[in-house]
Design a protein around this ligand. Structure first.
Ligand code: FES
Length: 175
């Protein structure tokens, strides 16, 4: 298992300290760790377990029960495509394939550049808007027709390559 760096460990320690003694501390701590680090590493579960006198297995059970928590690092942008029946019949599979191609992310995985995570999900409860995509928590309905999903991805990719180009120029100028 890869060791966490000092910064991540410091973040976990301060979250655990902040919530120790509060009501329902396990979920509060997990929520903040997920928010700060983008996932829940095993070291965080161990520290939360110690601080709250909760067996690690129980903390792990909470992590796996709630879909908001993940044990793997996520990309900068998280895209969920609903694969429920209503979305499926309205072209969710094609949308999923297209998004996977554009983001270079495998389904239920993360792109190599860490920019996107792509997840196929069950019904999101917005069937009237089928097919539905959620990007960074924002809902996009009729996602195959509106092209907003594709436009968002192109925007992020363009912006990222511009940022990287500028960073390289700064580095070259500094030498
Ligand atoms: S089937 Fe996609 S929101 Fe219900």
């Amino acid at each position: 298992m890869e060791r966490l760096n000092e910064k991540a460990l410091g973040t976990i320690n301060s979250i655990v300290t902040r919530h120790t003694g509060k009501m329902g501390p396990v979920k509060l701590m997990l929520h903040d760790v997920q928010h700060e680090l983008g996932y829940i590493p095993f070291e965080a579960m161990e520290k939360i377990s110690e601080a709250t006198n909760t067996p690690v297995a129980e903390v792990y059970g909470v992590v796996t029960f709630y879909s908001q928590f993940t044990t793997e690092p996520k990309g900068k942008h998280v895209i969920n495509i609903c694969m429920g029946t209503a979305c499926y019949v309205k072209g969710a599979q094609e949308l999923l394939n297209r998004v996977s191609e554009l983001t270079k992310s495998p389904v239920n995985g993360t792109s190599e550049d860490g920019l996107f995570s792509l997840d196929a999900t069950r019904c999101l409860g917005a069937c009237g808007l089928a097919p539905v995509a959620i990007i960074d928590g924002r809902v996009y309905g009729s996602a195959t027709q509106s092209k907003m999903v594709e436009e968002f991805i192109s925007f992020v990719v363009d912006q990222e390559s511009r940022t990287r180009r500028e960073e390289r120029q700064h580095e070259a100028a500094a030498v």
